[in-house]
Design a protein around this ligand. Structure first.
Ligand code: KIV
Length: 258
């Protein structure tokens, strides 16, 4: 899948998380461009309250499940908390396990501070998806899942982080929970594709947690999520509706923006 070409052609990238073979097959059949085996599996599969306890073996196991169910899919493996922050060499060893498990790329959270690690991985043959804005692994520091980049200083920081990560060799960047105006600005400034979650319609693609967009997650629905099961006859129809809505720019709508 050539995501850079999709960006330059103005074709939106439709991404979703998955953790098992059955859903991975459904996503592939619906035309989802990339599957993220996210650390959200800590909440969705393991029933925890955050992503922090997920480990490399967990993600590698779910990557193997997803790869078995969707052998031709582009799979991004999320690097768990504590598996890459220590040193570039630690990140390489754990990222290599993800590629062996069947991932096409690894994702790691962190701004400019992770640039050296991104460069180390990229120069040694590991494609990298960076992740800025709200970083769920920083939850203990942030004190909650809050929108980032609302104030000028923090917006400048999110943008300079994204630029530093692109310069270091990141291939894709996830922008999580930032104002739509900032998502638009960063997407226009970067050459690499941006994939937004709660960051407005002008990102180059969109990603959601699968169970959120199928309305399976308990608790108050998140503002940036649409429940694609409502009005759909089946899960397959809901997934196709998501892909069409992302590709046509109908999702996210202004009501999903910050
Ligand atoms: O863990 C995850 O699924 C993610 C997405 C929400 C971007 O990081």
């Amino acid at each position: 899948m050539n995501f850079s070409k999709m960006k330059s052609n103005g074709e939106k990238i439709a991404a979703l998380t998955a953790y098992d073979a059955t859903f991975a097959g459904l996503l592939a059949n619906a035309g989802v461009d990339l599957i993220l085996v996210g650390n959200s599996l800590g909440m969705i599969v393991q029933g925890r309250s955050n992503t922090l306890a997920v480990c490399v073996a967990d993600v590698a196991y779910h990557v193997r499940c997803v790869a078995a169910g969707a052998p031709n899919a582009f799979i991004i493996a999320d690097m768990p908390f504590g598996s890459f922050q220590e040193s570039p060499a630690q990140a390489f060893a754990n990222a290599a396990r993800m590629l062996s498990a069947g991932a096409s790329m690894v994702k790691l959270e962190g701004g400019e501070v992770m640039a050296e690690t991104v460069r180390f991985l990229s120069e040694r043959g590991i494609p990298v998806c960076a992740h800025v804005g709200l970083m769920p692994q920083m939850i203990k520091k942030l004190g909650g899942y809050k929108v980032q980049g609302k104030e000028e200083k923090s917006a400048v920081k999110v943008k300079s982080d994204a630029i530093a990560l692109q310069q270091a060799g990141a291939d894709i960047i996830i922008l999580e929970l930032i104002p739509a105006t900032l998502g638009k600005e960063i997407s226009a400034d970067l050459d690499i594709p941006t994939i937004g979650i709660g960051s407005g319609a002008n990102c180059d693609g969109q990603v959601l947690v699968l169970h959120d967009m199928l309305g399976l997650t308990s608790g108050k629905p998140k503002r940036f999520v649409r429940n694609f099961m409502s009005g759909s006859e089946s899960i397959a129809c809901a997934l196709s509706a998501y892909v069409s809505a992302v590709k046509s720019g109908q999702f996210p709508a202004t009501e999903h923006n910050f």
